[in-house]
Write a protein that binds this ligand. Sequence first.
Ligand code: ZN
Length: 180
Amino acid sequence: MTLLLQALHFAAQRHRDHRRKGHDGAPYVNHLIEVARILADHGIDDEVLLAAAVLHDSIEDVGVTHKELAARFGAAVAGYVLEVSDDMDLPAVDRKAGQIQRAPTLSTGAQQIKVADKISNLHGIINSPPTRWSHARKIGYFRWAHEVVSACSAAAPALRATFDSVYRNGMFLLESAPTE
Ligand code: ZN
């Protein structure tokens, strides 16, 4: 538990000025907790993986380094976070394609974080839609997330099934309300 609480404390501090894109502007840490909770809800209780889930956006979004994560939380946690981090020097279109290409090469743990992250993001788009996103952009995100998760074949089947259900329900809602 200590490792997980330390990770939560660190993530809450580093993401303190960071908010979700949704219209409710929720604190970013809500998303980080949700990703860890989704894993735990699927029976994943490896504390190293849950700590990495809480830290999964720290390299990409708030400039934490792999070295700092390794020093604070150990090589295994830092390794997972690095695996799920995009290279922010690349243009967005390349990062998106890269996630699909790289997904099958990730460790099982990293693939599970990816799937839980996408479940949380789809929830967010439906429940608190990003204010500046067009309808087409939301649909585009759903389709891309589906491709990433389809490439995460090592992730637990129950986790992937949850994604499929959130995807189907969300797409149904989006397609029933096509105009904005
Ligand atoms: Zn995330």
